[in-house]
Design a protein. Structure first.
Length: 63
């Protein structure tokens, strides 16, 4: 997705507490992403690494 001139990747997980995986880093490098947003069914927002954040699906949909 392109938002305000920045490349943003979106990944959806079903697990309760997504963790950083090698494939996430590879995707960010290969696709030259500025940010990666990992959506999940939980309720807490948290950072995985610089430029990578886990966001509750409901919060993301609410805008």
């Amino acid at each position: 997705m392109l938002r305000r001139g920045r490349r943003i990747g979106v990944e959806i997980k079903r697990m309760d507490a997504p963790k950083l995986t090698p494939s996430m880093r590879i995707a960010c490098d290969d696709l030259k992403l500025d940010q990666l947003v990992v959506l999940y069914p939980g309720s807490r927002r948290y950072a995985l690494a610089e430029g990578m954040e886990v966001v509750p699906f409901a919060e993301y949909c609410a805008g």
